[in-house]
Design a binder for this molecule. Structure first.
Ligand code: AMP
Ligand code: TRP
Length: 334
């Protein structure tokens, strides 16, 4: 069975983008893969964070994943800071990765913005830790949203250079295959169809949070930006209409179909009708997750126990692999 690894930062309530671009696929892949899912709290502190809320945000993310259908028994669910193998391999990868490769990372450019001189060094080396997360388990398939594609290409470059430099070209680290799946691999902001939906957008109206109630979901969809034309009858008609494409992609993902199927039903109709159907569908799919998440969070001891058990199982896999990487690099073992 192929091994899957993926991660999500505990930087806020997960959005519809996280759910459709990543988590929903993680749930499905559990049926026929050996899956490891990680709440990446080490990545979360690469930007300014509040130390008073990080631990609870980590639990909340774990609860959101379980409520969405991640099985913490059949799969492994843990938080990154609990397994030190990630940091040991990340250091080695920081020595392998080239500055020129990091300079090309668009996520760094987006996150640093104009303030480049003043962001943390770790925000810059972030992709080395991400490569370590995956390769510490020799995972071969990584389900993510479209925005992570470039980071996975870099992880493959790091693995290849490590293999070349320290293993005479043998493939100690395997090639990673990105799994960027479904019609909503890039869910856009409800306020601006050219911007990614994000947990950290200052406007709450730009996103659907997994914990939004039915009224909030309906109101956000009603107010979502659109254009004045009715929906087209085929996907070619979505060209140049990013907001329409986004709302159609969301419907398609939630119903396990595609843009063409949704447009077959709604082509020619105005956004008024369509938004109502979309809001009903979202309420139907998301509100049970929010209810389950609240139930789980009533018992934080159980969530902590799940994460502790996940970390122990993760460590059993990562420890020998990272030890071998350290040996290949040539560290003295006494
Ligand atoms: P993050 O919240 O940045 O930790 O992202 C966790 C996962 O959700 C990653 O696989 C991302 O690619 C995915 N993701 C985040 N935002 C979106 C979005 N707007 N559309 C699709 N996938 C997303
Ligand atoms: N960088 C990813 C994001 O922001 C999160 C992440 C960290 C990740 N480590 C990972 C995703 C390993 C996949 C595999 O979305």
């Amino acid at each position: 069975m192929q091994r899957i690894f993926s991660g999500i930062q505990p930087t806020g309530i997960p959005t519809l983008g996280n759910y459709l671009g990543a988590v929903r696929n993680w749930v499905k892949l559990q049926d026929d893969h050996d899956c490891i899912y990680c709440v990446v709290d080490l990545h979360a502190i690469t930007v300014t964070h509040d130390p008073k809320t990080l631990a609870q945000a980590t639990r909340e993310m774990a609860a959101a994943l379980i409520a969405s259908g991640i099985d913490p028994v059949g799969s492994i669910l843990f938080h990154q800071s609990a397994v030190h193998a990630h940091l040991r391999l990340s250091w080695i990868f920081e020595c392998v990765v080239r500055i020129g490769w990091l300079n090309r990372m668009t996520q760094f450019k987006d996150k640093a913005g104009k303030d480049r001189e003043n962001v943390s060094a770790a925000l810059y080396t972030y992709p080395a830790l991400m490569a370590a997360d995956i390769l510490a388990y020799h995972a071969t398939r990584v389900p993510v949203g479209d925005d992570q594609r470039q980071h996975l290409e870099l992880a493959n470059d790091v693995a290849q250079k490590f293999n070349f430099d320290f293993c005479g070209g043998d493939s100690f680290f395997p090639v990673i295959e990105p799994l960027i799946l479904g019609p909503a691999a890039r869910v856009m902001s409800l306020r601006d169809g050219t911007k990614k939906m994000s947990k950290s957008d200052p406007s709450d109206q730009s996103r659907i949070n997994l914990t939004d109630d039915a009224d909030t979901i309906a109101q956000k969809i009603r107010r979502a930006k659109t254009d004045p034309e009715p929906l087209p009858s085929d996907p070619a008609g979505l060209e140049g209409r990013p907001e329409a494409r986004n709302l159609v992609g969301i419907y398609a993902a939630l119903t396990d179909t595609d843009h063409a199927t949704v447009l077959r039903d709604y082509g020619g109709r105005g956004f008024g009708d369509y938004k109502k159907a979309l809001a009903d569908l979202l309420v139907d799919k998301l509100t049970p997750i929010a209810t389950e998440m609240r139930r789980l969070l009533d018992d934080t001891a159980t969530i902590d126990a799940i994460l502790r058990d996940g970390a122990a199982r993760a460590e059993t896999i990562a420890e020998p692999i990272v030890r071998q990487a350290e040996q290949l690099v040539g560290f003295l073992r006494v």
